[in-house]
Design a protein around this ligand. Sequence first.
Ligand code: DGL
Length: 265
Amino acid sequence: MRIGFFDSGIGGLTVLAEALRRLPDKDFLYMADTLHVPYGTKAEEDVKAYIFDTVGMMMYEGIDALVVACNTATSIAINELRERYSLPIVGMEPAVKPAVEMNRATGKRVLVFATPLTLQLPKYYALVSRVDDMGIVDSLPLPELVHYCESLQFDKAVMNEYFLSKLAGYDLNDYGIIVLGCTHYPFYKEILRELLPPHIEIVDGNVGTVKRLSALLNRYGIAGGGGNGDVRFMCSGHEPAYIDKMQRALAFLRERDALTETLPT
Ligand code: DGL
């Protein structure tokens, strides 16, 4: 049993790290479309073609389930992927629904960080129209952040300056939650935690996605393990240096998550 995880780059590793915690008896194939990263600032039709090429390569390698560990790719192609392939497929969407529920009592606003493409696609508009009955959701595209992440730019001073410039127009007292609506962004969780006022919660969709994966494997009757958390890495550009980068990035995430003693619910 091997589960495929797919993203434009290293972002989906934040989801894979959560899957390794919760589903340690599975094996994984992680694929990054390094030839085309980033997706979030490109044209929808181009990105759609990249997604189908990349998923096609993963199918050729052999996977039993697919996690589209990328909000942008999910918005563009999840329905067509499900039409084309019969294996279980899990996608991601910004965690706007739980965020609105969490803020229902206080009435504080929700700020969603995501790629420009995710925020401009109909799927996001439909999601917000469906769940934002109080009109409290605002959206902020962060077109540069995936580039920073892919270049492993985690210098606190540089990133603080970037986030502060993006947040300059917002009164953070009005906000209760920031949603990380791109799988690259949780790499900046600590930096954001230190930077943002303590009353603001930072949420992402990673735990929810792995829970949905687990439920789907059960539904398909393929929840049995047989693996041992083995991860094979691939990238469309076939760069050995990038494979090494993915291994190091995953090790960093797993060490960081190990510091959180209990599994987040
Ligand atoms: N990590 C992806 C997402 O969740 C895509 C980022 C990008 O390539 O722009 O949206």
